[in-house]
Design a protein around this ligand. Structure first.
Ligand code: OSB
Ligand code: MG
Length: 366
């Protein structure tokens, strides 16, 4: 791919309103934007979506900065890469840190698409031209008002973050304003084995699924719950790689998987999980990370694959940000978002805004 250069930028995007879950509040969104360039000066962009604090997975934006700068750049020979699929194989000596790896791989995919004149969706075999949009309602939004406003924008699926003990009230409040909306809850591991009866009481609510009830790593407990519950269990934090997806499905720990490019270590791994789930008749959907339009564009390409048959956490730029890092921003039309068809991620990065929100930058000759 004739890669010559990598640039890292730590940016901070202000959120329109604080995003609160049972694990804490996010007001500013730090992200790392990865830029790679080839000999001709063609550029590709990726994004590291780790959070400032390790509440979701163990990585942080600072550990990712360190891993890319001090481990990936010095030890990987970028001249050996002739296709983005080559990159994950070169990483076998670096354990863990999927989000750091995914950010770099994402930039390679965008660059490869631009070098060869292909859209990211086209390169990976995506078929859908539009994908359905889904919204997440944080604990800061009042459910009724939050859902009404989002319904007017056309979102097709709604996800409530769990506040343990208040689930029934929250679900009831949404149903009062919008009785027929597809609704699910995301516990982010808020429950323990003592809560099984409490969770089973939600089985009559008609939820489309319950996401990550228990902590990551506990395939057994999720299996026990799914055996007793008709509402599908969906796993998020539990699935950090292909092997986790395989074990979860073979053990019957879930009926649905949330695939995030960042959490599983890159687009190559995300596609492999998609393909395996398709083979096993397990539907998947694309998760979100409160990310910029750069990462959203990667998500749209992934979600254009056929087994992404459930609306994901795919929202417009205006859901979280006043202004996005891409122009024009990502928009909903009739509850759907267009999958970009131009080369690479197919969306223009707003370089002057990117420069304005940069807190720290570093460049490397590769
Ligand atoms: O579990 O998907 C999650 C936000 C922060 C940490 C974890 C999660 C989330 C979301 C937001 O649900 C998804 C989005 O709309 O980007
Ligand atoms: Mg989740």
């Amino acid at each position: 791919m004739n890669i010559e250069y990598m640039g890292l930028r730590l940016v901070e995007l202000p959120l329109r309103s604080p995003f609160r879950t049972h694990q804490g509040v996010i007001k500013q969104r730090p992200l790392i934007i990865v830029e790679v360039a080839d000999r001709l000066g063609i550029k590709g962009y990726g994004e590291v979506t780790a959070f400032a604090e390790p509440f979701y997975t163990s990585e942080t934006i600072q550990t990712a900065w360190h891993i890319i700068s001090d481990c990936i750049v010095p030890t990987i020979d970028f001249q050996e890469i002739s296709h983005p699929f080559d990159f994950p194989e070169l990483l076998s000596g670096i354990q863990g840190h999927p989000m750091a790896k995914a950010g770099v791989e994402g930039a390679l995919w965008d660059l490869y698409g631009k070098q060869t004149g292909q859209s990211l969706s086209g390169m990976i075999g995506g078929r859908k031209k539009h994908v359905k949009a889904g919204a997440v309602i944080s604990l800061n939004d009042t459910e009724a008002e939050g859902v009404k406003a989002l319904e007017e924008k056309g979102y097709e699926r709604y996800k409530l973050k769990v506040d343990k003990g208040k689930e029934l009230e929250m679900i009831e409040r949404v149903k009062q304003v919008s009785p027929d909306l597809p609704l699910m809850i995301d516990a982010n591991g808020a429950y323990t084995e003592k809560d099984i009866e409490h969770i089973l009481a939600l089985d009559e609510c008609g939820l489309t699924m319950i996401e990550q009830p228990f902590q990551a790593g506990d395939f057994f407990l999720h299996q026990q719950l799914q055996n007793r519950m008709k509402t599908p269990v969906c796993l998020d934090e539990s699935v950090m790689n292909f092997h986790d997806a395989m074990q979860a499905i073979q053990l019957g720990s879930c009926q649905i998987i949330n695939v995030k490019i960042s959490r599983v270590g890159g687009l190559t791994a995300a596609i492999k999980i998609h393909d395996y789930c398709a083979h096993e008749n397990v539907p998947v959907w694309c998760g979100g990370m409160i990310e910029s339009g750069i990462s959203k564009a990667h998500n749209l390409a992934l979600a254009s694959l056929p087994n992404f048959s459930i609306p994901g956490d795919l929202s417009g730029s205006d859901r979280y940000f006043e202004k996005d890092l891409v122009t024009p921003g990502i928009r909903l039309e009739n509850g759907e978002i267009e999958v970009p068809s131009l080369p690479g991620i197919g969306i223009e990065v707003d370089i002057s805004y990117l420069e304005r929100v940069t807190k720290k930058a570093k460049t490397f000759r590769l």
